[in-house]
Design a protein around this ligand. Structure first.
Ligand code: FES
Length: 204
């Protein structure tokens, strides 16, 4: 089985030792970055008692659960159970690991074997924002290709990557022309918020 990559975050929004929850194909994912900068996307559920691993904390190259402190290494295998420090955790205690990569300043995740690499997109990562409704890209003057919309806001070329969420919601990850000035970037950011208001206003 193959699957597409889904954009889930701007790379700059996940620093080293950071962990955050994201959603891919309705699957809850714990996205985290180790001390050395290695990126990982795991099922957001601790094998012990189901606590969200995205509430956990990163130490070195491992992610630890906030509840009882079980820690998991790069391959998802349990490394340590604090209540039983002398026990070598069985191989079977393992978090499902998904495919994750960075490209064009964006983090992409694929729960199944991805079909090739993520699309190459141009621009400087600007911001991500959640929209409670689908944007009418044509009305906004954008062209749509798959999950990528391209157009202009305030005269600046903008590329928007769509991350579908359950219940018709989306996260939009926006990149803007690298040559745009800081004030133009601010205008683009406001334009994105206008776009969101229009989309959500259409629901009212
Ligand atoms: S639920 Fe994660 S360590 Fe217990």
């Amino acid at each position: 089985m193959t699957a597409a990559w889904t954009p889930v975050a701007l790379a700059r929004d996940l620093p080293r030792l950071g962990v955050m929850p994201v959603c891919v194909d309705s699957i809850d994912v714990a996205l985290w970055r180790s001390a050395s900068g290695r990126l990982a996307a795991w099922a957001d559920r601790c094998p012990h008692r189901g606590m969200r691993l995205s509430h956990g904390f990163v130490r070195g190259e491992a992610l630890s659960c906030i509840y009882h402190g079980w820690s998991y290494g790069a391959d998802g295998h349990c490394l340590r159970i604090p209540a039983h420090p002398d026990l070598a955790p069985p191989e079977a205690i393992r978090v499902p690991v998904f495919h994750a990569t960075e490209s064009s300043g964006v983090i992409w995740v694929a729960p199944e074997v991805p079909d090739g690499m993520p699309a190459t997109v141009e621009g400087t990562a600007l911001r991500s924002l959640t929209v409670e409704a689908a944007v009418d890209w044509g009305a906004a003057g954008f062209s749509l290709s798959g999950q990528i919309a391209r157009g202009q806001l305030s005269g600046v070329g903008v590329t928007i990557l769509m991350q579908p969420l359950p219940n018709g919601r989306f996260v939009l990850h926006a990149l803007a022309e690298a040559t745009a000035s800081p004030s133009a970037m601010t205008q683009v950011s406001r334009g994105l918020e206008d776009m969101r208001r229009q989309a959500e206003g259409a629901l009212a």
